[in-house]
Design a protein around this ligand. Structure first.
Ligand code: ZN
Length: 428
């Protein structure tokens, strides 16, 4: 049966959702009725409805939405999500944008959110726009930005298995198979929604056993502390000198002291948790870049041939740019990981061609993708890195970043520096 997709994103300050439904060609009434419910102006003669954004949530609007939901809920049970959204998540009289797509570039999201802030607070949009432009105009003019989060399922890349080519080994069927669901970001980090069509079973297995475990080990305490649900639930961690287990009601930590004889008595200080696991720091960087490669638009892939060779372990890159890391509850909205990609659209070589931003619980990682091309800078010197960092004002305006070097390419014992505050359990 022929199908068309019914897809929308509803963007608001308090909560945004996206949904995607396949409608049979002969039954497009839902799409039309939904549009009618949202419309500000309806032309019955020509059967058209005009939607004027932003739309304001009201009891009248909720009644119209309820009617649509009532009518179609048997046939399309997913539509219940809409009722919940308007009743429980969106505030009374709150403004929202309705857009007919599920993939929205970040710059557009930012613009929407500014407009909404102004509309909700009755503030002057022009003033907000000026402040916004001051921070973002650099980025918007120079980069294409795309983000993936937990709001909708994204299956990235070619849908037809017969036409697929693996992004990492370049092979297609029958040389390799695509039977398993490949998570663009490790499932152990709570990813359920960001799926990569173009990662073959062999590469998936290789990354899952040889590469990703190092980043996962590095993030283990946070996985446990925030009870991130991977395939096997949140982990209980047993290291050489500590045990760590978080349940819904408490965090249990046992610490048996370190080589300096320190016991865990002082909450203000940093403890060395010896995980008893060996990892390669460079694999942490490789894994972040593997996530990046998994979600970008395929048109960019040829630019990353060298990067992919490095991720695969077929090419050495001895020195990597610093990775910026921030710990902030401000960005902690979900235990589902999120990723944003920045791809340069101008020919300004003082800026990196590609930058990734990865969110995991209350951690944000920002990393330049090593690209190893003659005409691109490497961002290893302080000057080069500074130029990039200052240009990305929405990052550099915040002073809480920490810069880490993950260039070490040898296996080493992983020791985590952990700091618990007096309130009993904020991890830093
Ligand atoms: Zn492959």
């Amino acid at each position: 049966m022929e199908q068309t997709t019914f897809e929308y994103s509803l963007i608001a300050i308090s909560e945004s959702i996206s949904f995607q439904m396949k409608l049979p060609e002969k039954n497009q009434d839902l799409a039309f009725h939904f549009k009618l419910a949202m419309a500000t102006e309806i032309d019955f003669e020509n059967q058209t409805a005009r939607i004027e954004n932003p739309i304001q949530n009201s009891s009248e609007l909720r009644q119209k939405v309820d009617m649509v939901v009532e009518h179609y809920k048997k046939q399309f049970p997913q539509i219940h999500r809409l009722s919940k959204y308007f009743k429980k998540e969106l505030g009374e009289n709150e403004f929202f944008f309705l857009v007919p797509t599920t993939i929205i570039p970040i710059e557009q999201r930012l613009l929407y959110s500014n407009y909404l802030k102004a509309a909700n607070e009755g503030k002057d949009f022009e003033t907000l726009k000026t402040q916004f432009n001051d921070i973002f105009e650099n980025i918007i003019g120079s980069y294409v930005m795309i983000g993936y989060n937990d709001k909708s399922v994204a299956r990235i890349g070619e849908r037809d298995k017969a036409k697929r080519k693996c992004r990492f080994c370049g092979k297609g069927q029958p040389e390799v198979s695509f039977k398993k669901i490949a998570h663009s970001i490790s499932e152990a980090l709570g990813n359920k929604k960001i799926i990569s069509n173009e990662e073959c079973d062999s590469c998936n297995k290789k990354f899952g056993t040889q590469l990703e475990p190092d980043l996962i080990a590095y993030l283990d305490l946070y996985r446990s502390y925030f009870r991130v649900q991977g395939k096997n639930g949140p982990p209980k961690i047993k290291g050489k000198n500590f045990e760590f287990h978080a349940t819904d009601t408490e965090v249990k930590i046992k610490y048996f002291g370190d080589d300096d004889g320190n016991q865990m008595t002082d909450f203000g200080r940093t403890y060395k948790f010896d995980t008893n696991k060996e990892i390669t720091e460079q694999n942490i960087y490789r894994t972040l870049c593997k996530f990046f490669i998994g979600v970008i638009d395929p048109q960019y892939l040829p630019r990353f041939t060298n990067t992919i060779e490095w991720i695969n372990g077929e090419r050495k890159i001895p020195f990597l740019p610093k990775v910026a890391i921030m710990y902030s509850y401000h960005f902690f909205k979900t235990t589902h990981p999120q990723i944003c990609v920045y791809l340069r659209k101008v020919n300004n070589k003082s800026l990196p061609f590609a930058v990734g931003e990865f969110h995991f619980t209350f951690l944000t990682f920002v990393f330049v993708i090593p690209i190893e091309l003659e005409d691109e800078k490497k961002f290893l010197t302080a000057d080069e890195y500074d130029t990039f960092w200052k240009f990305f004002k929405h990052y550099s305006l915040n002073k809480d970043w920490r810069f880490e070097n993950f260039s070490d390419d040898s296996r080493k014992n992983l020791v985590l520096n952990v700091n618990f505050n007096v309130a009993g359990g904020t991890l830093k």
